[in-house]
Design a protein around this ligand. Structure first.
Ligand SMILES: Cc1cc2nc3c(=O)[nH]c(=O)nc-3n(C[C@H](O)[C@H](O)[C@H](O)COP(=O)(O)OP(=O)(O)OC[C@H]3O[C@@H](n4cnc5c(N)ncnc54)[C@H](O)[C@@H]3O)c2cc1C
Length: 474
């Protein structure tokens, strides 16, 4: 029998698995998609918010503040990137300046480091702040991460320490038996943690009427090519509104810039198409920044916030069904909050049920992904001498070698799809968006996974790439 089954391998499910992997428990993570981080975790602003903004007294506020403080150490432990880039919240009118004062008071109450600048002072550091910006709240503890990198690393390390991950496994039924649950009529488990994002209410509904209902709020983005700080150096927020934090300009860890998101309810919790919100983003972002290099646009995408009608996170053991733990409504600032949520759920909701569980001895740490861009020429030469595949360039835009692609496939929680390779080491993320390298990456996946081309997927179950894409090139 499994001790703990986690439904959903987004950042919350993966970090809970990671926390639990420190103990000698039998932990299983089930995920309906073909990889981890395929839900909201795979499409967002990638920011570790400082905690200046959530409503006082909410779980969002509490976990945001704790999570923000945990990220630097967590990322160091997992050997993934965390960049304390800082943020500017920009006011452009007297009315907005008053709202900024409320945020400043919240920073004081919450012990969030801050500085206040006038428009000219701020423009000295950020020349592309719009001329109408009159006052700025600077938040130095705002960070940026690669959300799927944190998730993959957490799951990889959990798996190195005994956690089992079942991909392409959709939970369709749960029965409550006397001392366990039965998932899909086959998995016996003592505890279930519901981290199913946009499908949390369906999972709960398999056992009882759900106390919350999920509605998806779509957020669309433009992605600009590598600008490496030449456009903005900080995250630029407008003044928040009832709809959320507003349309941002966000430098990414890899030197791109995201512009977005909007925030619109959408009836289909899986509809991540883009289009309708992009004009709005274009006009909104121009209120806080100028000289936007739209000619550097390389991509658009959308993410879906799993909003629940209780307007806060819902994190607790079910009041009727012992052993069923809700981690629901994890919309923004869910990424920031995830380490603190995972610690709380693990230490205060799960471990008290397994008093005999001991800390695992000889805990195995993961090795970082091989990033040749960060290496000196000598280090690269040494690597290529040991394995010539590191000298074969596959992705010209992002400078990724065949050796790096093989490495991300042949790991615990390794890539199984084209998107999986792209998330782990970036072929296809550059300005050609994979037009040149996709056939080669397909070829490598076929070789490493011993699969036929028809079995190689773009991403989710059913998305097998067509033979036409692969034909002569392969
Ligand atoms: C546009 C946008 C911008 C955001 N920006 C930020 C930000 O900058 N900072 C921040 O802190 N937060 C941000 N967030 C919020 C953050 O992305 C989410 O809170 C977080 O990713 C939620 O993670 P999760 O693991 O709870 O859910 P998800 O990542 O959605 O994972 C849920 C998983 O459950 C799986 N699943 C569902 N049903 C089943 C089933 N029946 N069987 C098996 N598996 C199932 C799904 O496939 C999915 O992989 C943003 C969100 C969006 C959409």
């Amino acid at each position: 029998m499994v001790d703990v089954t986690i439904i959903g391998a987004g950042i919350t499910g993966s970090l809970i698995a990671h926390c639990l992997s420190r103990y000698d428990l039998k932990v299983l993570v089930v995920e309906k998609e073909s990889d981890v981080a395929e839900g909201a975790t795979g499409a967002n602003s990638a920011m570790v918010h400082s905690g200046h903004d959530p409503k006082p007294g909410t779980l969002k506020c509490r976990y945001n503040l704790l999570g923000n403080r945990m990220y630097p150490d967590l990322c160091r432990e997992l050997q993934v990137r965390y960049v304390p880039i800082g943020a500017y919240v920009a006011a452009t009118s007297q009315e907005e300046e008053k709202k900024l004062d409320t945020l400043i008071s919240q920073c004081i109450e919450r012990n969030v480091p801050y500085e206040v600048l006038n428009g000219d002072e701020a423009r000295k550091n950020e020349p592309n702040l719009s001329d109408s910006v009159s006052k700025v709240l600077s938040l130095p503890t705002t960070g940026i991460i690669v959300p799927w990198e944190v998730t993959i690393a957490a799951m990889e390390e959990a798996m190195l320490n005994g956690t089992e991950l079942k991909l392409d496994y959709e939970v369709k039924s749960i029965e409550k038996k006397e001392d366990h649950f039965l998932i899909n009529g086959e998995i016996k488990t003592k505890v279930i943690v519901n981290c199913a994002g946009a499908h949390c209410d369906e999972i709960t509904g398999m056992l009882r009427p759900s106390p919350y209902r999920v509605e998806a709020k779509k957020g669309e983005y433009f992605v600009l090519d590598h600008l490496d700080g030449s456009f903005v150096k900080h995250v630029i927020y407008p003044i928040p509104t009832e709809k959320g934090k507003g349309v941002l300009a966000v430098p990414t860890v890899h030197g791109n810039v995201l512009l977005g998101p909007n925030s619109e309810f959408t009836p289909d919790v899986e509809d991540d198409s883009t289009g309708e919100g992009l004009d709005f983003i274009r006009s909104e972002v121009a209120k806080t920044v100028k000289n936007i290099p739209f000619h550097k646009l390389i991509h658009t995408f959308a993410g879906l916030r799993p909003h629940i009608d209780l307007n806060d996170f819902y994190i607790q053991e079910d009041d009727l069904i012992e052993g069923f733990i809700h981690v629901a409504g994890i919309e923004s600032p869910g990424l920031t909050s995830a380490p603190a949520i995972a610690k709380d759920v693990c230490e205060n909701m799960i471990l008290p049920k397994f008093k005999e569980a001991k800390a695992r001895e000889n805990y195995i740490r993961r090795k970082p992904f091989i990033d040749m861009k960060e290496m000196s020429d000598e280090e690269k030469e040494e690597l290529i001498r040991k394995d010539p595949d590191f000298g074969k360039l596959i992705c010209r835009c992002e400078q990724i070698s065949m050796g790096q692609i093989r490495d991300v496939i042949n790991r615990k929680c390794g890539a199984r799809t084209l998107k999986g390779v792209k998330m782990r080491c970036r072929p296809g993320m550059g300005r050609c968006q994979g037009s040149f390298c996709e056939p080669d990456v397909t070829n490598i996946l076929m070789e490493e996974l011993h699969k036929d081309v028809k079995e190689i997927r773009l991403d989710r179950p059913g998305s097998n790439i067509c033979a036409a894409l692969a034909k002569e090139d392969l």
